[in-house]
Write a protein that binds this ligand. Structure first.
Ligand code: FES
Length: 116
């Protein structure tokens, strides 16, 4: 959980048009792969680590997004382990979670906040 927003470094990830509606893309920040999702049905954006912690596959950007009890989530395309897009918590009962990043959209540009 981020408590001090001033430590965030916002980087320009891509343009809004680069991300499919209700889908995701992989963007890179230095050597880190980040999965960026446009949850168009809810007009929301989310970013998480791209690596699925289950088998270390760089796969979450290709996962299926949806909701579980109104919680936005992504399901890994490999074995369907599912993670909250807001907290990163695993929703399929496994003891693994993923990192999440704040996202903002400004004038057609998508920004992701990473800690320095
Ligand atoms: S690698 Fe993602 S669920 Fe197995």
């Amino acid at each position: 959980m981020l408590t001090d927003q001033t430590t965030l470094n916002w980087f320009a990830a891509c343009n809004v048009a680069d991300v499919p509606a209700n889908g995701g893309v992989c963007v890179k920040y230095q050597e880190t792969q980040i999965a960026l999702f446009h949850f168009a049905r809810r007009d929301e954006w989310y970013a998480t680590q791209n690596e699925c912690p289950h088998r270390k596959q760089m796969a979450l950007s290709r996962g299926m997004i949806g909701t579980q009890n109104d919680e936005p989530k992504v399901a890994c395309p490999f074995h369907k382990k599912t993670f909250s897009l807001t907290t990163g918590e695993c929703l399929t009962g496994d003891e693994c979670s993923i990192k999440t990043y704040p996202v903002k959209v400004d004038n057609g540009q998508v920004w992701i906040g990473v800690e320095d």
